[in-house]
Design a binder for this molecule. Structure first.
Ligand SMILES: C[S@@+](CC[C@H](N)C(=O)[O-])C[C@H]1O[C@@H](n2cnc3c(N)ncnc32)[C@H](O)[C@@H]1O
Length: 244
């Protein structure tokens, strides 16, 4: 698994988070095809783990610039992908960081990437969205791109808040982002997204739970966000792409 992660990728720093290097691919569809060829499996998940998504980059930037948010705390990163957010939390001084993803290749990527950055992250292949958080802080980035997943993540975050566990979510305003239940904390222009999104630079926000008295602030920030429904480009499995 670790070899598959390294095979179609290169260890690169990201423009918004140059402190962290990740094994990243240049484009998704070729890598997806390659993974299916190597593993002999079809119908695999897209290689989300081979990219630093806008939400992950924004949230990682925020954690590195505000280490007091995570310092000494037990942190979980759900839908971790490459592990970028988890690695940033570890770098910012979290006591323990656990990264969850359902894709076994994401788990391999988190292991390879955390090692490349000399950070300790526990990578766990599990879907914990129907439970409650065993942590002081929940992190999640770019997980509102599918209706069902988004609804489950939103319920998990609501449950976390009810239990007194705060959360931070990085998202550029995807279709199923539950904005009414969120408060913006910070926004960044994330560059270098041309292979994944409709534009190379995307304004991306770090959110936390909404409190009733901050409604005006939420509305103001909405105006700055892309009003379009924003879906990632990575939607067509390799078998369905047009031959070039
Ligand atoms: C778009 S990627 C975001 C990765 C990373 N957070 C980032 O911002 O770069 C979404 C990730 O969610 C993972 N995922 C999907 N459903 C999940 C679930 N039920 N539990 C945990 N992870 C899930 C996918 O495998 C994928 O790695």
């Amino acid at each position: 698994m670790h070899d598959i992660v390294r095979r179609g990728t290169a260890l690169l720093a990201m423009p918004l988070v140059p402190e962290i290097r990740l094994y990243q691919a240049a484009e998704p569809v070729g890598l997806w095809q390659d993974v299916e060829d190597v593993t002999g499996r079809t119908g695999t998940d897209p290689p989300f783990w081979a990219f630093a998504w806008a939400g992950g980059q924004a949230l990682a930037r925020y954690l590195l610039d505000h280490p007091e948010v995570v310092r000494g705390r037990r942190v979980i990163d759900i839908a971790s992908g490459s592990g970028l957010v988890a690695i940033a939390a570890a770098r910012a001084g979290a006591a323990v960081v656990t990264a969850y993803d359902i894709d076994p290749l994401a788990i391999a990527a988190i292991e390879v990437n955390s090692r490349a950055n000399n950070e300790q992250v526990r990578a766990v292949q599990a879907d914990i969205l129907d439970g409650g958080p065993d942590a002081d802080l929940v992190l999640v980035a770019d997980a509102f791109y599918e209706r069902r997943l988004a609804a489950r993540v939103a319920r998990f975050l609501a449950r976390s808040q009810e239990r007194g566990t705060s959360f931070l979510a990085g998202d550029l305003g995807r279709a199923y982002l539950p904005r009414d239940r969120l408060t913006p904390v910070a926004s960044y222009d994330v560059p270098g997204l041309g292979a994944l999104e409709d534009r190379d630079v995307k304004r991306t926000t770090v959110w936390t739970g909404a409190a009733p008295h901050v409604g005006a602030q939420v509305s103001a920030d909405r105006d700055e966000l892309d009003p379009l429904t924003v879906m990632p480009k990575v939607v067509e499995p390799p078998g369905l792409t047009e031959p070039s």
